[in-house]
Write a protein that binds this ligand. Structure first.
Ligand code: XBP
Ligand code: MG
Length: 234
């Protein structure tokens, strides 16, 4: 029996985005943040290891705000500073979209095959993410649909759709409401403890795929933990 048959068959599959659909952080969001800091003369440069720590804060704007406050930079506390961070966040996302359009970020191994397996079994999939709708649309256009023909998700719950980002369960609760179904009719695929906590908080069984930044986490409560999405259909 494959892990797909054991955990996903007959369920609506709710996919996290960053780290799960693609490794978007190291090749996408992080270089886009650093380039934008330079453009706006913000004197920060995040290394990969610092970024790994900062990823505990979900949401790009919230991440910058949390960092500013942690180092006592007034950019995090003044009105002008926060307006600047909003601009930086918008520009970061433009540069992120450019990196996607340049084909720098492939889908994770096995994603296309997994999405096809879901369709072949007449099941459906949706997206539950803390990133923005625009970032998801760009990732769908340039990374997922470019990699092979797959059915699109039935909907995407994104950062704008919630007032509290993961690990709060709100995004998953919104997804359950849109589906009009019970938590046990769904399964989530996540790559981080924040995402796992959000899905479990909504009562949804969760499969974890290890990713670059969160691979070392413990993932207590996960139904199973795999290294690659392809492991689910072997
Ligand atoms: C991952 C995140 C996101 C991205 C940046 O969310 O925390 O904040 O790092 O995206 P998920 P934004 O794994 O749930 O998709 O800058 O658009 O917030
Ligand atoms: Mg993630």
């Amino acid at each position: 029996m494959t892990l797909f048959e054991r955990y996903l068959l007959g369920k609506t599959v709710l996919f996290d985005v960053d780290g799960t659909i693609a490794e978007t952080e190291c090749e996408g969001h992080l270089p886009a943040f650093n380039a934008t800091f330079k453009e706006h003369s913000v004197p920060w440069e995040w290394t990969c290891s610092r970024y790994g720590e900062l990823l505990k804060i979900t949401g790009g704007y919230e991440r910058m705000l949390g960092y500013a406050q942690s180092i006592g930079d007034p950019i995090g506390t003044t009105q002008e500073g926060q307006t600047l961070l909003r601009q930086v966040h918008r520009r970061k996302n433009e540069l992120y979209a450019e990196r996607l359009a340049a084909g720098l970020i492939p889908p994770r191994t096995g994603l296309v095959e997994l999405l096809r397996t879901i369709s072949e079994n007449r099941a459906q999939w949706a997206v539950v993410t803390t990133t923005s709708k625009k970032n998801w649309d760009e990732l769908w256009t340039h990374t997922v649909s470019r990699a092979g023909s797959v059915a699109p998700p039935i909907f995407a719950v994104c950062g704008e759709d919630v007032s509290r980002k993961k690990p709060d369960p709100e995004a998953y609760l919104v997804a359950l409401k849109r589906l009009g179904c019970a938590a046990d009719q769904c399964v989530a695929i996540e790559d981080s403890e924040n995402g796992l906590g959000a899905a479990l908080g909504a009562g949804i069984q969760t499969v974890v795929v290890r990713s670059q930044f969160f691979g070392h986490q413990a993932f207590d409560g996960a139904a199973c933990v795999v290294d690659e999405l392809s492991d689910l259909i072997k």
